[in-house]
Write a protein that binds this ligand. Sequence first.
Ligand SMILES: [Fe+2]
Length: 214
Amino acid sequence: MIEKQDVQELFPTPLWIVDLKAAEAAPLNAKLKAEIERLISPRPKVPAGSNWQTPQDLHKRPAFAEFVKLVEMAGRGIARFLQVDHYPMVITGCWANINPPGAYHPTHHHPNNYLSGVYYVAVPPSGSRIQFQDPRPSMIMPRPRQYTRLTANGADAQSKEGRLLIFPAWVKHNVPANDGETERISISFNLMFSNFTETMASPMWDATAGKEKA
Ligand SMILES: [Fe+2]
């Protein structure tokens, strides 16, 4: 009766995972860590569960030039993958986070950007993860025997030193409390099309199509 049965995944949400070679990640992370610690020193007192953040202009500082190159390279690769590489993209903000044990990031997203990402400079040996939430509202959620990407309304990605994660800026995410005994250090950034208003923001449809022009 049935000739073929298939499943097509509609509107998938990509998460790009870029892992540096360990031999290259280690010296880069050592440099980044020293620079981030210098920027946050002396550390102001923060409430329990909170963290330290640097200014959001790290992409403009020479000490982060190598890191910026890495982000730009990854961004270009993604733009090619999505076939939108004919529009230039720039980093619009870049800042570091130091999360001591117990610190967490509540759910948020990054408006007015196309892509967002995070790079892990230091991760506690016990591990760490970032959680992403399904944006679709009012889901019917029967409890399956086992959750899969088709039935879960959240997904985790593992943090790892030397790992870069990039995702659409609209994806809501949070970072659970650091339950390790050492600090988790990460660098967050946003990417946006540099000439969005000039080249992309006009209507994608032609209002005059099929009509006589006045
Ligand atoms: Fe974020």
